[in-house]
Design a binder for this molecule. Sequence first.
Ligand code: MTE
Length: 288
Amino acid sequence: MGVVAATAFLAACTPQGSGTPSGSSAFCDDAKAVGSADELGDKLTTCNDITSYNNFYEFSYGKEDVANLSRNFKTSPWTVTVGGLVNKPGSFSVDELVKKYRPEERIYRMRCVEAWSMVIPWLGFPLSRLLEDVQPKPEAKFVRFLSFYDPQQMTGDRSLPFPYFEGLRLDEAIHDLAILATGLYGKPFPPQDGAPIRLVVPWKYGFKSAKSILKIDLTSEMPPTFWSTLSPEEYGFYANVNPEVAHPRWSQSSERRIGELRRRPTLMFNGYDQVAALYKGMDLKNFY
Ligand code: MTE
């Protein structure tokens, strides 16, 4: 039932969906990015749009309801545990991580599998730095991410298999573009965007970028992931943005940039061609 409900919901959010952000948030009153556009010259999505139009199913299916429903979500203190196939496992508070790795602004496009997109000024640090410090063992080939879940605080559909879980190949995870983000628009995250720490992998569909992460494990086997477990024909492990590979229920060749009226073409790897070497020799139609 949960599977049916969830996938049916995503169908309602196809490119034809008319939902647009409308809220405004106190968070944005003093929020300020350093840059104003991405490297392609595309301007930042407004802070209000980024913080009022969210996918965070632990709270709700309604993108515009998440900010309100998550406003009391307790995100401090928070500890991230890193383990599995590593020589130096450990638990780190978000404060420690911020002190040690000094998040910097990274302006990335985010392309949701539902065919809308934003340009977001994240505050984050390369995931590779944390992974280097825990020293992966030679047999580690993948990284598994587990999000927080507490049904007392989170009001979403309880039949979904929370906590949310995601994964990357180790070589993807240590690519410099993959970051752990702790904020946006120059400030620590508000709850709805994945406070206090989330993954951001800009060349993949947004669902790979797990929010509110509690646990990171290095594994030898490809880990199962939330959406590919719910609906394997529709959502793969790789989930690279690819205009050539349609979702079974809609095209991925164009997208609606939030804040713009006209659709724009979707770019291979969301415009991050520097990751192409990671997939050399792979048929990306099979490994979607
Ligand atoms: N992480 C968790 N834990 N739960 C979720 O429902 N949704 C994903 C991803 N990470 C999700 C998640 C999806 S589908 C998208 S598009 C992005 O978060 C949305 O991020 P945003 O709300 O900050 O734009």
